[in-house]
Structures are given as C-alpha cells and as structure tokens.
Design a protein around this ligand. Structure first.
Ligand code: ADP
Ligand code: MG
Length: 420
C-alpha cells in the first residue's frame, strides 16, 4: 500500500469502523479524491453512500449531495452525525427549514464545519441557495439515484434534468453520479445529461448467484399452485407481488384461509396498518407479505427466502429490484414469476392513457419482460445481458440456478410456448 492507500484505510476505520472497503469503493474514492468526474453503478446494498461520504469527510469544503427522497436524506444525515461530535458536520437544506435553521446551516457551511449538505433537486433551483453555494468552497457534487435523470429509469424526476445547469454555476466542481440501475440506456442518459462522457466509470457485477429464477405459465390454478409452493417452504419468509390492491387483498385472504400466516400491504391501507404489517413481517410474526410494489423500498430483511410475482412486472429493472429482496444474506432465494400473455395486454391497456412518449417507453420495457418470460435460454444470462453484462451460462457463478438450465425445454416445447 502506498501512503495514500494507508491514509484512506485509516479514515475508513476512523469514521465508519470498517477495516475493509467493499467491492469497488476504494477505486471510486481514489477517483473522486483526484477531482475527476466519476460514475458508479452498483446494485442496491453495494455500499454506494460511503463512496461519497468518506471523500466528503476528509476533504476541504462542503460536498453537495442530491437525493430524491427527504426520508433518505434524513436517515443519512442522522447516520453521519452519529459518527461525529459535531451536529453541523451534515445538514439537509430544504423547504421545511425555518429562517433560523437556514441561518445555522449557512453559518456551519461558511465556517467549514459542514462536510455534507443534502439537498433535494428542487431546492437547488432556488436562486437564493445557488447564490449562497457559489460563495463557499464546494468539494464535489454527488448525485445519488442518478437514474432519476432518465425517462428509461423507473423513477424519472424532471428536476434532475436541470442539475447540470445549476452545477455549472458553481464553477469547476467534480460530479459523482451513483445508481443501482444497470441498463445501458439509462447509463447513457445519465452521462449525457450530466455532460460527463469523460467520467471514470465503475460498474459492479449485478449477478446474484444465490437466487434461483423460475417462470411458470399462469393458469386458473395459480392460487393452489402458490399455496403448494409456500407449504413446501414452511416457516420461511416470502413476498408475493401483485399488480392491484384488490388482488393483494384476495390472495392474502386465500392464504390465511389455507393456514398460511400472511398479511396484505398496499398504498390503500392506512399508514398505521402498513407500518404494523411491515413490522410483523420483519419481526417474523407472519411468514408472508402479499403486496403491491409499494412494499419493499428500504426493506432490509436478510432472510427472505422467496419472492413470487403473481403478475409480471412492468420492466426487467423492476423485476431485478423486487427479486433482489430475496436472499440478501447469501442463502437460498427462490424467484418465481407467473406469466400469461393476458397480463401483458392488461398492462398495455393501463399504459394507453399515458402520453405517447411514455407509452412507447413502457411498451418497449414490457417487451423485454415478455422476452425474458418466454426465453428458453439461461434466465440469469438473459437478465445480466439486459444490464449490459456478459455471463457465461456454463461456468459463471450461479449458472445452474434457473428452470431453463435445470430442465431445458425441447425445441418443440419452446416453440409451442412461443406460439401461445
Ligand atoms: P447502496 O446505497 O449501494 O444501496 P448503502 O450505501 O446503503 O448501499 O450501503 C449498504 C450497507 O453496506 C450499509 O449497511 C453500509 O453500512 C454497508 N457498508 C458500506 N460499506 C461497507 C464496508 N466497507 N464494509 C462493511 N459494510 C459496508
Ligand atoms: Mg443508496
């Protein structure tokens, strides 16, 4: 190790208590410390936050962190503050602050105390804030959840499109973009919109070798099929995703009637019930949560053993995120999706009310899901290819962990399915 490497290892230990970097963290941090634009693509849980938090803490000036969710920002600020004796080391700047609070934030930044300033993208459009930030030293700008910049991502935020213009007004500051979205289209969009084709790019593998991928044709017997599956995984934790709230309620009920401990979760339930059901799942008072996609953001239960999609998801990106909640601990994770072409048509119908450009993107994303469901090749290879990653379906890690590889379809069968 050279002296710089020793230095950042020491800081890692000092601030975070970790003795080793995870994955590509060290390379990313070295790139940022070198004042170069940097682009980080790592799956959820990969440790992206530390990639900008550590360089922010050890450099002069304040790092601006753009993040789309107030709740996420608050969490991170609390976490950073707990590492230090100074509350002012990290702040959030948003519209909910009082005049006095804003004055305090400005004072802490000016005095050099504040190392991380979290802002929502819409706050950055305020002229008053921009003028202030122009007058203080900025170490770099980190853009978390950078896929929000792209219409091809799952969470497009128009305000993200203005970021580059605002950052330009701050002078020559390096940008670091971070995302867990691995599709090449989204990546291109990010680099283009942030005008950083020169960025050092770091991409971690998205392969999850302990997840088993399976697709079953959806039939009238889906409910008894799901019940049988769950009974084969007795006492294990699992999530069942459904498209509609009504379906969530009815499946949860069917499971309960059949002696499976399950609760529903969707945005139509009041906040108290939602929190209660989520806690019951985390505390293992129930085995199964039946949910819409409203469930899962920030859920960190390590031993989810299966994720079932009662209905196909709207993109492979969503599918990867949702199934990614299984097997976080590295243990078994069975990802089972039920597929029928009728569901595709249903989703297309949902989209038909949307603006044309959005529809086109929606259809294209859906076609990839159809192709995944109908493929007879290695599902892992298919998924990873979608994320721009080559996977060797003979020797790669987890190569035999899907239905197509374990039970190859004969050519006739495969063709027969495609015709259906
Ligand atoms: P991401 O934003 O990529 O989803 P996070 O930044 O939230 O991931 O980090 C995920 C988890 O990994 C956190 O609990 C964090 O404390 C942990 N973590 C990050 N870096 C390290 C490390 N070097 N050693 C051990 N744990 C780490
Ligand atoms: Mg993150």
């Amino acid at each position: 190790m050279n002296s710089n490497e020793i230095e950042i290892h020491k800081e890692l230990k000092k601030y975070f208590g970790f003795s080793q970097f995870k994955g590509l963290q060290e390379q990313v941090i070295t790139s940022i410390l070198g004042k170069t634009n940097t682009f980080v693509i790592m799956p959820t849980g990969g440790g992206k936050s530390l990639c900008y938090q550590l360089p922010a803490l050890i450099q002069d000036g304040t790092a601006i962190v753009v993040s789309p969710l107030i709740a996420l920002m608050k969490n991170q600020v609390d976490a950073i503050r707990s590492l230090s004796s100074e509350n002012g080391i990290a702040h959030v700047l948003n519209s909910s602050l009082t005049k006095t609070e804003i004055a305090q934030v400005k004072k802490d930044i000016t005095s050099g105390l504040t190392k991380l300033l979290y802002v929502a993208p819409e706050s950055l459009t305020k002229e008053e804030y921009v003028a202030f930030l122009q007058s203080v030293p900025i170490s770099f700008v980190a853009i978390d959840e950078a896929h929000c910049i792209s219409e091809w991502g799952h969470d497009f935020r128009p305000e993200y499109r203005n970021l580059k213009n605002i950052i330009k007004q701050l002078g020559q500051v390096p940008i670091i973009g971070l995302t867990a979205t691995a599709t090449p289209k989204v990546q291109e969009d990010i680099l283009k919109n942030l005008d950083m084709s020169d960025a050092n790019t770091f991409k971690a593998s998205f392969n999850r070798p302990n997840l088993y991928y399976e697709v079953r044709t959806k039939t009238k017997n889906i409910e008894s099929d799901i019940i049988r599956f769950i009974k084969q995984h007795k006492g294990k934790s699992g999530i069942i995703y459904c498209l509609s709230r009504k379906k969530v309620e009815s499946i949860a009920e069917v499971l309960q009637v059949n002696g499976i401990s399950a609760v529903p979760y969707h945005a139509g339930l009041d906040a108290k019930t939602r929190a209660k059901h989520q806690d019951m799942f985390l505390m293992e008072d129930v085995d199964v949560v039946v949910a819409t996609i409203a469930f899962g953001m920030g859920i960190d239960k390590p031993d989810v053993r299966f994720v079932i999609h009662h209905d196909i998801p709207k993109s492979l990106e969503s599918y990867y995120q949702e199934t990614g909640r299984a097997g976080r601990d590295g243990g078994e994770g069975h990802c089972l999706a039920y597929y029928s072409y009728k569901d595709v048509e249903k989703l297309e119908k949902f989209m038909s009310g949307k603006p044309v450009a959005e529809q086109e993107i929606g259809f294209a994303l859906l076609q990839e899901v159809v192709a995944y469901a109908e493929t007879s090749m290695s599902r892992r290879k298919f998924l990873l290819h979608y994320f721009g990653e080559e996977f060797d379906s003979e020797t790669g890690e987890g190569a035999d962990m899907d239905d197509n590889v374990r039970n190859p379809k004969t050519k006739v069968e495969a063709k027969d399915q495609a015709v259906k």
